[in-house]
Each structure stands twice: as structure tokens, then as C-alpha cells.
Write a protein that binds this ligand. Structure first.
Ligand SMILES: [Zn+2]
Length: 240
């Protein structure tokens, strides 16, 4: 099977990937409390698996997936045990240096795939920062905001009505699908720090949402690689 994980490649394989104009995905997760029933790796696990599956689904050009960023911006979850957070500036600096390192090796197309709501605004702002200060083109997406994923979430949910929430009707089935051995459905009830209804989680909902997210990411990667999806931040900088 072809290799898509950055950490498994050797030096000549990176050189080959650069020549083939590979797209590099940086999964950005979190380590934070997810109620009493889900593990703290929930967000990291989602974005890392979606990235890997999308990378494996594309044959026309290489897609590489970095090891996921496992700690991010989660100060609002520190009231509950298990959460590890960076402060705002450390998180911004971490993303800057990771993206700049990838870019320094010749990769021109980088995509942050985010799995944690608290990171979304930072990632959006990071794109402009990286373009302006480093001349690095980075696309940034939160997986549940990608085209057609939001529609699928609305379709499969009853109580949470398509809203991602936190450890509720969407994240619970995602983990029942991806890592059921780490879910305690006996504890799947609302407690402080949970947003939404975990009790309605069933595996099939999770499978449908993951499939929608993988498909959306595959389409986005193809558009990014072909130039159809243009990075206007870099374009503006070039004409200034
Ligand atoms: Zn989460």
C-alpha cells in the first residue's frame, strides 16, 4: 500500500513528493475533556483519520499527512480533567513553525485540517499571517464546516439538529465508529462541559459523517492541487 504518513518517509521519498507537487495535510486536533463518555483524543482522532483516508483515496498526485498536532487552544476546557492546552501565542507560533518547516523543504501546498472548535478562528487568521509573514500558502478547514458535511450532519441528527456541539449527538457516534473500545455509553449523558445530547449516538451516524468529510476533503485537495481553488491571500501578496 502507498505511504501517506509523513513520519514513515525517508529523505528520497520527500524529494520525490516535492517534485510531484504533493499536498501536505497538517491535522490539528486537541487533547481535551469530552464529557464522561468520550476519550480526550476525540478531536485529534477525527481529523487525523479523515486526513489519512482522503490521502489514500487520491492517486493522481501524492498527499502526505503530518503527525497530528495533539495539543492546541483549549483554555475553556481546563475546568475538567485531562485537558492539555497551549496559550494562544504558543499555539500560533507552533502552527507557524510547522507550516514554515514543511514549506522550507519545497512543499508549496499545505492544508490545516482542524478537528477542534476552539482552533477554528485561529486557523482562519493563521492563513493570512503565514501568507504575509512567511510567504507560505496554507488552506485551512474545520472538517465539519466543509461543503456537504454540514448537510449530512443535519440529516443524521435529531436532537442536536446538525450542530457539532461538544461530545453530543455528532461526536459520540464518530467515536463509536472510529474507536468504540474507548467509549463508555453507560456514561453518555449530559454533564457540565458537554454541549448536545450524547445519548442518541449510534455508530451509523458517525460512519456517514466521516464518509462525507472524507469525500469533501478529497474534492478540496483535488481543487487545491489543480489550481481551481486559488489561495487569494498569496495572490494578493504577489501583486502588492
Ligand atoms: Zn471535540
Amino acid at each position: 500500500m502507498k505511504k501517506v504518513l509523513w513520519q514513515e518517509l525517508r529523505r528520497p521519498e520527500f524529494e520525490k513528493a516535492v517534485k510531484a507537487d504533493a499536498v501536505v495535510i497538517v491535522p490539528v486536533g486537541s487533547t481535551e475533556q469530552h464529557g464522561n463518555h468520550l476519550p480526550v483524543n476525540t478531536d485529534t482522532n477525527c481529523c487525523f483519520i479523515i486526513a489519512q483516508r482522503a490521502a489514500l483515496a487520491i492517486d493522481e498526485f501524492p498527499v502526505l499527512v503530518l503527525p497530528p498536532i495533539w495539543t492546541a487552544y483549549s483554555p475553556h476546557h481546563m475546568a475538567y480533567p485531562g485537558t492539555i492546552t497551549l496559550n494562544y501565542h504558543t499555539f500560533v507560533e507552533l502552527l507557524t513553525q510547522v507550516a514554515a518547516s514543511v514549506h522550507a523543504h519545497g512543499f508549496k501546498k499545505i492544508l490545516f485540517l482542524n478537528g477542534h472548535g476552539g482552533n477554528s478562528a485561529v486557523i482562519t487568521a493563521m492563513r493570512a499571517k503565514l501568507a504575509d509573514e512567511e510567504g507560505v500558502s496554507v488552506m485551512g478547514y474545520t472538517y465539519w464546516d466543509m461543503p456537504s458535511v454540514a448537510e449530512e450532519m443535519k440529516t443524521v441528527t435529531q436532537s442536536d439538529k446538525g450542530f457539532i456541539g461538544h461530545s453530543g449527538e455528532i461526536e459520540t457516534p464518530l467515536q463509536l465508529y472510529l474507536q468504540p473500545e474507548l467509549v463508555d455509553m453507560d456514561a453518555a449523558v449530559w454533564v457540565p462541559g458537554v454541549w448536545g445530547d450524547p445519548s442518541t449516538g449510534v455508530r451509523e451516524k458517525g460512519e456517514r459523517i466521516i464518509n462525507a468529510a472524507v469525500n469533501a476533503l478529497v474534492n478540496t485537495l483535488r481543487d487545491y492541487h489543480s489550481g481551481k481553488l486559488e489561495d487569494s491571500l498569496i495572490w494578493r501578496k504577489e501583486i502588492l
